[in-house]
Design a protein around this ligand. Sequence first.
Ligand SMILES: [Zn+2]
Length: 252
Amino acid sequence: MAELIILGTANSIPSVEHANTHMAVRSRSGTILIDCVSTPVIRLERAGIALDDIQDVILTHFHPDHVSGVPLLLMNMWLLGREVPLRIYGLNHCLKRIEDMMSFYQWENWPEFFTVSFHRLPETEAEVVLQNDELRILSSPVHHLVPTIGLRFESSTSGRHIAYSCDTEPCDEVTRLASGAEILIHEATGRSPGHTSAAQAGEIAARAEVGQLLLIHYPVHPAVNPDLVHQAGESFQGPVSLAEDFMHIPLE
Ligand SMILES: [Zn+2]
């Protein structure tokens, strides 16, 4: 049964209870990791996800709080004897820098390293990133400080759709990406260039006519502000809640 597992919920400054925002989509055909931060193996172990179960990694943009874990993930997979290939999807801006970052680690000299393939996504709306019997994942460019994609997860068995804004300021692309989805997972970093406040996320949720709003990528220092839910609820009439680390969201 397909599900989305939230692996982190913090904005760029994590805490013990809140890792940087990243997540995984689990289905019968394997697990897809969405962004890769800090020491990925620890979070994945706690979520009960085996490294060999991950065949696909989607990277939303090249900021440290979204991709800093990639070198360690690849190295750990290699040292654990991985043989199956790994596919990494993202915009050229991000993947080019991932390749540069790995070349600093001279990964071409890692003996018997498994195959990693890069899949460059066009910077256009509603691009199919990948598709299997159970689900389809679409990407759309959003408005952040560097080229960034938001995602939409669509279950082909249940028809349930979940949209994820990623890091962005309010924009029509996110509204269209989320249009009519059962759940919108929207960032709530705060009102600043390239980001969105909880109140603005509520406005987007209302405009996209989603069923439910889940706030993510929110400030956790000094503490999570419980008013975020209230602020989003001022313009959105549906249920609003805060995403929490290790939350499971059914896709079916
Ligand atoms: Zn960012």
